[in-house]
Design a binder for this molecule. Structure first.
Ligand code: 9WN
Length: 432
């Protein structure tokens, strides 16, 4: 009974946030289409309507830039500029991004988010292969997904070793993670009077990033925009290799291999790339001392000594060495993340870290998309009992919090906005 209530509640959230061609993360706080949100949303929608799930991804891909990037926001022109900051007049993609091939007929942001999309497309196809084939879904999205991967592996290889770098904290999807504090400390914040934070019209300030963070986000985004969104190595004030984004990049390469094989094409290129990227990820970001992956500051050429849940996400990847997989499972269940012990869900950041805050966004609260990925990772490495317990806790916390954007990792108390789409989507996926 409880699960059927959770399922129908999640279905209601996804229905009310559907705009006709895609889903907003939240009707109030995020009234446009977001890139990695749409990936998670499609993964849930595939159980409710394979057509809507396909449409979700295709709508996003329709605003892909010619250089292959998928922008992190596709703006809805019917929504007033004041509803969300930074708005289209800040990013000016159709003009400032023209050299990078931004579409002329749509307004988007110019930065990106983690590449969950190929995995999402593969899972959407598998939900109803006949419906997918009828619409030629995979055949149409495959070249676009390949171009997206190549943008990340080539244009964003700012460290020169093969991994993709983010050039803005928003690109990690984990905006104010303490991992960004050291590289952000070098950035002169934009004056707070130069912009208006629309997020505070809807969100509680204690749950959101600080004004100082926002000043730095604005400065970095302006800098990138004013260079025409060019990705020249050495010209980015902020460049970080994030294990979360790179884990999804590799998972996407595995998914593309499956898609290629399904289309009768040779999957070898994707398989080789996935294996090479995994080797590089291990060499470059694995910390045997910490028992998890850490971020690397490409500008300062040093490891960032902060532990966030992003460092556990490579658990979703096949082929990790046994000692690495075992250490990741231990770290997840240890005092820093408390899985199966002190926490209900994996927190976004180290419980013992100096920046930990159970309420503030990506500095401690538990997020449902991250926990959905951890659940998959636990299962991949044989920790089925822990995965079952996490699945149960995810569903209970999602429904119990009104499908909150994020929750207190100890109590499950709702934080951020409610009726949040990916919280509902992963609930549907876990219950389907
Ligand atoms: C900036 C939409 C997005 C998520 C991100 C989350 C938050 C935006 C914001 O909301 O970021 O992109 O305005 O705070 O951090 O992961 O994709 O749900």
């Amino acid at each position: 009974m409880a699960t059927s209530i959770a399922y129908s509640g999640a279905r209601r959230v996804l229905a009310q946030n559907w705009t006709g061609s895609s889903t907003v993360p939240s009707r109030t706080l995020y009234p446009h289409q977001w890139s990695w949100d749409s990936g998670f949303i499609a993964i849930g929608l595939r159980h409710l309507s394979p057509f809507r799930a396909q449409r979700e991804l295709e709508t996003l891909l329709a605003s892909q830039w010619e250089d292959g990037r998928i922008p992190h926001i596709v703006f809805n022109p019917a929504v007033p500029l004041t509803a969300y900051f930074p708005s289209p007049d800040f990013w000016r993609s159709s003009t400032a991004g023209s050299a990078a091939g931004a579409p002329a007929g749509a307004e988007t942001s110019g930065i990106v988010q983690p590449p969950i999309h190929a995995l999402a497309a593969w899972l959407v196809h598998q939900a109803d292969p006949a419906a997918s084939e009828r619409r030629g879904f995979l055949r149409r999205v495959y070249p676009r997904l390949v171009a997206w991967q190549r943008y990340l592996t080539e244009r964003r290889d700012l460290g020169g070793l093969g991994l993709a770098s983010i050039v803005h904290p928003w690109e990690s999807g984990m905006d104010n993670s303490p991992c960004w504090d050291p590289p952000l400390a070098r950035i002169e914040p934009a004056a707070s009077a130069s912009f208006h934070r629309a997020d505070l019209d809807h969100g509680c300030p204690a749950d959101r990033p600080t004004d100082l963070d926002y000043g730095r986000y604005v400065r970095l985004a302006e800098h990138y925009r004013d260079q025409g969104y060019a990705d020249d190595p050495g010209r980015q004030p902020f460049a970080v290799e994030d294990p979360g984004l790179n884990a999804l990049l590799i998972a996407a390469e595995h998914a593309l291999a499956e898609i290629a094989a399904e289309l009768g094409e040779d999957p070898a290129d994707h398989q080789v790339r996935a294996a090479q990227l995994t080797t590089t990820l291990l060499k470059r970001l694995w910390s045997p001392q910490e028992g998890m992956f850490l971020c690397r500051d490409v500008v300062a050429n040093e490891t960032i000594p902060e532990r966030s849940a992003a460092g556990l996400l490579p658990l979703i990847l096949p082929g990790l060495p046994d000692d690495v997989a075992r250490a990741l499972l231990r770290t997840a269940a240890g005092p820093r993340f408390g899985l199966g012990g002190t926490t209900r869900l994996v927190p976004s950041y180290d419980l013992a870290g100096k920046g930990f805050d159970p309420a503030r966004y990506w500095r401690g609260p538990a997020w449902f998309n991250v926990n959905w990925l951890v659940e998959r990772g636990l299962r991949r490495y044989g920790a089925d009992l822990q995965a079952d317990a996490l699945r149960h806790s995810l569903v209970r916390s999602a429904a119990g919090s009104g499908y909150a954007e994020y929750v207190d990792p100890f109590t499950g108390e709702a934080r951020g906005t409610r009726d949040f789409s990916w919280t509902a989507a992963v609930t549907v996926d876990l219950l389907a």
